[in-house]
Design a protein around this ligand. Structure first.
Ligand code: OAD
Length: 235
């Protein structure tokens, strides 16, 4: 039986926690040039600018708290048999983990991790990071945030495509559907036979690809949807 639920989340799920989205009015990409702060070329040009951008986002993240939508997804995972839920996020915050979700797949990396651009070593990021912080493994002054930039390959893709192939239900929450490969997950899951559902404030760019779409704030839509799923799962 295809009973696996694969959930994809984006910046919209953290909006009610006070973390900015990217493309909404006043969003990060309306205030910053993506090419300057979210590409390897931008980092090579001005590492201090890029660290400043991610240090500010890390501070926001550490000051934020999970909201009702994060909590509902953790409740769903805890209530269902192990392995029934796979939670893939484009978000680099840790609000899913702090709400209690266990196996979170961060396809765009994590704000709270540092990466040595020289040797590939990863470690827990300090609150403030600088490019000349030495790598704890090789000593190189090549520290970068462990996040995926435009032009880089997202993390865990083989595992994610494997999950999409066996999903019975694919649910996309709080994402505009404008960045690939995540934007194509709905098509990948549907092609493999999954039902597809979008929960978003506004219809996303890919809304017509979904079997069903509901509009509203994640803090309301997600707990209501989780109640529905758990109601159905009860004998
Ligand atoms: P976007 O900013 O592109 O889209 C956020 C979506 O969330 C929009 O469709 C909003 O309508 C919706 N939204 C806003 N508030 C909401 C709320 N309270 N409840 C529900 N939905 C809400 O963010 P993402 O789709 O996550 O990548 O962006 C994808 C990727 O683009 C990010 O991971 C990041 C960015 O560039 C990289 O930096 C590599």
């Amino acid at each position: 039986m295809r009973d696996k639920i694969v959930i994809l989340t984006g910046a919209g799920i953290s909006a009610e926690s006070g973390l900015g989205t990217f493309r909404d009015e006043g969003g990060l990409w309306t205030r910053y040039d993506l090419a300057d702060v979210a590409t390897p070329e931008g980092f090579a040009r001005d590492p201090a600018l890029v660290h400043g951008f991610y240090n500010a986002r890390r501070a926001n993240c550490l000051d934020a708290r999970p909201n009702a939508a994060h909590a509902a997804l953790a409740r769903l995972e805890a209530a269902l048999p192990a392995g029934r839920i796979a939670l893939v996020t484009q978000n680099i915050d840790d609000l899913h983990e702090r709400a209690g979700s266990r196996a979170v797949i961060h396809m765009h990396g994590e704000l709270l991790r540092a990466l040595c651009a020289d040797c590939g070593h990863r470690w827990a990021a300090p609150r403030e990071m600088r490019a000349d912080d030495p790598c704890p493994s090789c000593g190189a002054a090549a520290t970068r945030p462990d996040v995926v930039w435009f032009g880089e390959y997202p993390y865990h893709m083989d595992r994610i495509w494997q999950l999409l192939r066996v999903a019975g239900l694919f649910v996309s929450i709080g994402t505009s559907g404008s960045v690939y490969p995540a934007a194509a997950f709905v098509q990948d899951a549907a092609r493999a036979g999954a039902r597809t559902l979008e929960l978003n404030l506004d219809p996303s760019d890919g809304v017509s690809d979904f079997d069903e779409a509901r509009q509203g704030p994640a803090g309301e839509l997600v707990p209501a949807w989780v109640d529905e799923v758990l109601g159905r799962a009860r004998p």
